[in-house]
Design a protein around this ligand. Sequence first.
Ligand code: PLP
Length: 307
Amino acid sequence: MAMAKTRYIWMDGKFVEWEDARIHIMSHVIHYGTGVFEGLRCYDTPNGSVIFRLKEHTDRLFNSAKIYRMEIPYTRDEINNVTVELIKKNCLKAAYVRPIAYRGYAELGVNPFPCPVSVTVATLQWGKYLGDEALENGVDVMISSWNRMAPNTLPAMAKCCANYMNSQLIKMEAMLYGFAEGIALDNTGYVSEGSGENLFAIRDGIIYTPPLHASILPGITRHTVMSIARDMGFEVVQEKLNREFLYLADEVFFTGSAAEITPIRSVDKITVGQGKAGPMTKKLQKKFFDIIEGRAPDKYNWLTRVE
Ligand SMILES: Cc1ncc(COP(=O)(O)O)c(C=O)c1O
């Protein structure tokens, strides 16, 4: 997927042209992965553009920074306002938004403290993450030979740049084996998550998802789906899941800001349920897009309007 660039990037307090958004090669982040970031979407709807769960994404950015003892030199409100401004300045109706806080350069040692924290917000035009047909027809996935980070190694609750080296191992393996995505197990052998998505499985009408202690990122789409599912009267259980639970599930799907709600039609070449988007997945997808596109009330205040 080529990067469709947009005109401006907000960098350390200024809107700069795309080509001018540069950092020095000796920045700490380049050498040691010293950064935390977010990924969120702005949707073009009949009622104007809306950013989905901006506040929660900014909160998670600050939480990731807190874990890594990084002081972000802006307030949450400033980051939120800048995001809205940037979308407007770039004349975008729909966008993928990428805020990132990272350490620049001062010293090259591992100790990050001398290196200043920079913040950048960029916007991209980005289509469907797992392919145009994925939302409709589902994707084929494999269980990765790579595990997610063990507890007390790299914190899974932080959306930190370095964690995505693990994600890349999972993703590369899956793609080279002909799958759209890989699902990693945690270090105890239970299901964790995809390289960039959380996971849900449905069996006998009950919705299951791995808990935070299965080395998952606390996904905002995961939280969204749990909320709307409970609202619709479904039971949602956070529980460690065996690999074979996915084979025997009636429905399995990914959630993520990039992947939205993507059905999984097979795992390790074993067909899941009917091998297409199942009825509960479809109901959840419908409710999700009804809220985003303004057909259902925004009762949780999830949408930020870009006037
Ligand atoms: C590893 C990982 N898990 C889960 C998710 C889904 O999180 P969210 O729904 O907040 O985008 C992402 C995407 O940010 C991710 O990178």
